[in-house]
Design a protein around this ligand. Structure first.
Ligand code: NAD
Ligand code: ZN
Length: 353
């Protein structure tokens, strides 16, 4: 459990992470090292991070406001400007120290500043460790629409250091756990069963490692999402629409990414039961698992209508058809399944039951 190789870079775990980083900083001779944080990772993660750096580099800290609503092009502009004011050049490095908002936005800013500078991701939430750590997706939201602007570009390295999770709120840990459950549903019944036994979100090192390995296997086989990689969108087609809707809505409390896709995974399990032969027993197992971990949301018929409207803008939408990744069983998937419109409402009814 030390390191794994993704396309062009390595993911280093826990014990070896900082020594690999220090060695890289020693050898790469960067003109300046910028560390992107939000106010929380500034307070909770930066001191831990800096105490493990043993190389004398010139560091500059750039702080942005925390939260998905700041994952937009305006924030990118602010960071580009700060980089420019602080004389960042092509030999500068950006270290993105934070959750998925920081690694997505920071990865995009670094990939586009002066046509691309090196960046290293240090995910500090469970979600960003297990999901945003491999695959090279960077980008920002456009209004309420998720990840509409971005590029696929790989970092120089990724460090997965689980002790950052000590300061993460329980609700955030639970949200990240949804992505791990997703990996089980997609690839491994055995992993799914192991996750079902998790009662406290501590000591997750081995399971985090498994998840990163599983996602990595998928993205390595299909880096540009032509076929297999689409499976990672399970639960996200409806989940993203729900997340976007809650981001805009004044009536509902904001949903975290993992919470939204947990609902998406129940809805899409129902579609799988209807369309791709997922057994009723497995459907019930999936609903039970997510319902026991994530709070139930009450959707009015108006809510559902607006959410289905948002589906149209989904990235997975090609030639006007909305393609779904569905399960044929726990651990097995079918891609590019078209869903008749009337089943969407039924799936929400099943969720509300
Ligand atoms: P986030 O970055 O907003 O982090 C959640 C909250 O936790 C923030 O308030 C943050 O400040 C705080 N925080 C982060 N680390 C902390 C720590 N160690 N201790 C205390 N507080 C801490 O959200 P997230 O859930 O990490 O990521 C969600 C984003 O990731 C979404 O925008 C999603 O689209 C994106 N994402 C990207 C990929 C990808 O492949 N690129 C994959 C999955 C998700
Ligand atoms: Zn996700």
């Amino acid at each position: 459990m030390d390191s794994i190789t993704s396309s062009s870079y390595a993911v280093h775990f826990n014990a070896v992470a900082y020594s690999m980083l220090n060695e890289h900083l020693e050898n790469a001779n960067y003109s300046k090292v910028f560390i992107l944080v939000d106010e929380n990772t500034h307070e909770y993660c930066l001191p831990k991070f800096m105490s493990n750096i043993s190389v004398a580099c010139e560091f500059e800290i750039i702080e942005i406001e925390a939260g998905e609503i700041h994952k937009n092009i305006e924030t990118c502009s602010q960071v580009w400007e700060v980089l420019s004011e602080l004389d960042a050049d092509r030999k500068s490095l950006m270290i993105n120290l934070g959750g998925g908002v920081i690694t997505d936005l920071g990865g995009f800013v670094a990939s586009t500043f002066k046509r691309g500078i090196d960046f290293i991701n240090v995910p500090t939430t469970l979600l960003s460790m297990v999901d945003a750590s491999v695959g090279g997706k960077t980008g920002v939201d456009l209004g309420p629409l998720k990840n509409q602007v971005g590029v696929i570009n790989q970092p120089i390295m990724v460090l997965v250091v689980s002790n950052f999770l000590e300061t993460l709120e329980e609700r955030q840990l639970q949200s990240g756990f949804a992505e791990m459950l997703k990996h089980g549903l997609l690839k491994s019944m055995e992993y799914w069963e192991q996750l079902k036994n998790v009662t406290s979100y501590t000591d997750l090192d081995a399971l985090i490692y498994e998840s990163v390995v599983m996602k990595n296997e998928v993205v390595l086989q299909d880096p540009t999402e032509q076929s297999l990689r689409k499976i990672l969108n399970y639960g996200h087609t409806l989940g993203h629409a729900i997340e976007s809707y809650f981001l805009e809505s004044d009536e509902h409390e904001l949903l975290l990414h993992g919470e939204a896709i947990a609902i998406g995974m129940i809805l899409e399990a129902f579609l799988s039961y209807k369309l791709t032969n997922l057994s009723e027993k497995e459907l019930v197992d999936i609903k039970k698992e997510f319902s026991s971990r994530y709070k139930k949301v009450d959707f009015s018929s108006e809510d559902i209508k607006s959410i289905l409207e948002l589906l149209k803008f989904d990235k997975k939408n090609s030639h006007g058809n909305i393609n779904f990744v569905l399960l044929t069983a726990i651990g097995e998937t079918a891609i590019d399944v078209q869903v008749p419109h009337e089943l969407f409402k039924e799936s929400f009814e099943y969720y509300q039951e």
